[in-house]
Ligand binder design. Structure first.
Ligand code: COS
Length: 391
């Protein structure tokens, strides 16, 4: 049983504690049995993923990804609820964490920058799980360097005509709508970008590739060919796209740290059970100090990561200020340390740790992408250095 004393920290109020306890009980009942679902084909993966979204939607958990005015559970985004949710769901399966996360990331820019009409149109169904959301920013030649994107949106009357390719897009092929970033202006780099919301059934949008990754989740490439979207589907103002993307990522990077925490806690629990049951040289391996030092390191890393994640969430929720520095620190440390915790758990399992289907083997694959998506660890260090040096 995981340590839950972190819930007593002053970052939380009783609503968070109740939420965490209720979601933990629900996830044990509804998500834990799905841990070993078959994801070997895209069909099996998609069906498992849609099942999870439906469960999360039916039982009200997706309401924490949108504001109350549009059917959400709380007046505003509460990063602490979202980070707790990702941690608790991620403890059981990366796919459940990911389903929750994408509803938030994929609709977050609409919540933050959308017109009233767009919010009314999209958010209620996202919160119910009736519509699946996606966030399309990366391109074949523009991942970390967002400002180098080449997808173009050209004004034509009261429409924009979008052409380009977006890749590594989570939920490609499953999503009902995409928040998509494109170049609208002559201004160079970050200044010429704008954000749009585009329906998946727009005839100018096609899913042109499905990408298979080490920890299965729906991922692919979309191609926009003379894709016409009304000017009213723009999020924020023309030229504000980079700000829309970065402001959204400032919120969701903290929750990536939350997911990493869930993976790390699971790995530590698995490692402790293994240490207490596996015998070698005439005693339980957990009686050897060399194993105990690994467990000690895991516990410290997990608490340090939790402090950074919930500090960042608290600053955003309570102080309501920009958290670029705090969210980058939370994502960087929580994902990197979770990778170390999981690697040690695999080591404690020995040969069993690399057997397909064993939990720590799955976690070893699950954690890897978190050090890359929504800004690599190297990008987080640049952002933190920029903030520290007063850039
Ligand atoms: N919130 C609001 N505005 C921001 C911001 C933030 N977090 N970060 C930058 N901006 C603004 C800056 O203030 C600047 O505005 P002005 O020109 O008006 O001053 C503008 O955006 C450009 O900022 P800058 O040139 O300083 O860019 P940065 O160096 O801050 O950002 C990195 C560059 C590499 C950090 C950024 O592109 C990034 O995070 N890349 C990774 C993207 C990513 O996560 N890719 C994966 C796809 S998402 S799954």
């Amino acid at each position: 049983m995981s340590d839950t004393t972190y819930l007593d920290w002053p970052f939380f109020d009783d609503n968070h504690r109740r939420f965490a306890n209720d979601l933990t009980a629900w996830a044990k009942q509804e998500i834990a049995p799905l841990e070993n679902d078959d994801h070997h084909t895209n069909e099996a993966l998609d069906s498992s993923f849609k099942n999870i979204i439906k469960k999360l939607g039916d039982d009200g958990w997706l309401k924490y990804t949108i504001p109350a005015a549009y059917g959400g559970a709380l007046d505003n985004f509460d990063v602490r609820h979202m980070a707790l949710a990702r941690s608790i769901l991620g403890y059981h399966t990366g796919l459940a964490d990911f389903a929750f996360a994408m509803q938030g990331l994929g609709s977050g820019s609409i919540t933050l920058f959308g017109s009233e009409e767009l919010k009314q149109q999209y958010l209620p169904d996202v919160g119910l799980g009736n519509r699946t959301a996606a966030f399309a920013i990366s391109e074949p030649n523009s991942g970390s360097d967002v400002a180098a994107m080449s997808t173009s949106a050209v004004l034509d009357g009261n429409h924009y005509v979008i052409n380009g390719v977006k890749t590594w897009i989570s939920n490609a092929g499953i999503a009902d709508q995409y928040v998509l970033f494109a170049r609208t202006g002559d201004a160079p780099g970050a200044k010429g970008l704008s954000a749009f919301v585009i329906d998946a059934d727009n005839p100018g949008l096609a899913v042109t590739e499905r990408i298979t990754v080490i920890a299965p989740h729906p991922l692919g490439t979309i191609t926009l060919t003379d894709c016409r979207v009304p000017t009213s589907s723009m999020l924020g103002q023309s030229g504000e796209g980079f700000k829309v993307a970065m402001t959204t990522l400032d919120i969701f990077r903290t929750t990536v740290g939350g997911a990493a925490l869930g993976f790390a806690r699971r790995a530590m629990d698995e490692a402790i059970n293994r240490a207490k049951s596996r015998e070698a040289f005439g005693q339980k391996i957990g009686d050897f100090q060399i194993i105990q030092t690994k467990i000690g390191d895991m516990a410290v890393k997990i608490d340090a990561a939790a402090l950074l994640v919930f500090r960042s969430a608290w600053v955003k929720d309570v102080q309501r200020i920009r958290v670029t520095r705090e969210s980058s620190m939370a994502k960087l440390y929580a994902t990197e340390s979770a990778q170390e915790v999981i690697d040690d758990a695999v080591q404690i399992f020995g040969g069993m740790g690399v057997v397909s289907g064993v939990v720590v083997e799955r976690l070893y694959r699950e954690i890897r992408a978190l050090r890359i998506y929504e800004g690599t660890s190297e990008i987080q260090k640049l952002v933190i250095a920029g903030q520290a040096m007063g850039k």
